[in-house]
Design a protein around this ligand. Structure first.
Ligand code: FES
Length: 125
């Protein structure tokens, strides 16, 4: 049912935890299941240098957020903003259709963290 990549990221999730002094934090809830995802980013010179996640989500949510934290590293903020839930699912060699909604958590929380970063940058300017 799950690809080897999904199982790998589920069994050995990358970048779990919080970033102290993060430049952006995004938290979203999944309306389909009520699960929650929090993503922390560190930004340097418009590039994401670190990204960590914490989730009260299912296995697919863990795998997609683990994958997203690897995909965004060294990307510009604009590039990271363009990462879609579909791109994350594709990077994992697909998710079962019934689990596609779980991938929204990772992408939405990432985008929320970037919005938070942009908001803070404006406040500082
Ligand atoms: Fe809630 Fe997957 S069932 S995130």
């Amino acid at each position: 049912m799950y690809s080897d990549k999904v199982m790998d990221h589920f069994n050995n999730p990358r970048n779990v935890g919080e970033i102290a002094g993060a430049d952006g934090v995004g938290q979203v809830g999944n309306p389909s299941c009520g699960d929650i995802m929090k993503i922390f980013i560190k930004v340097d010179d418009n590039r994401i240098t670190d990204c960590k996640f914490k989730t009260f989500g299912c296995g697919a949510a863990i795998a997609t957020s683990s994958m997203v934290t690897e995909m965004v590293r060294d990307k510009t903020v604009e590039e990271a903003m363009n990462i879609s839930n579909r791109a994350v699912a594709e990077a994992l060699d697909g998710l079962p259709p019934v689990k596609m909604h779980c991938s929204n958590l990772a992408a939405d929380a990432l985008h929320a963290a970037i919005e938070d970063y942009r908001h803070r940058s404006k406040a500082e300017a």
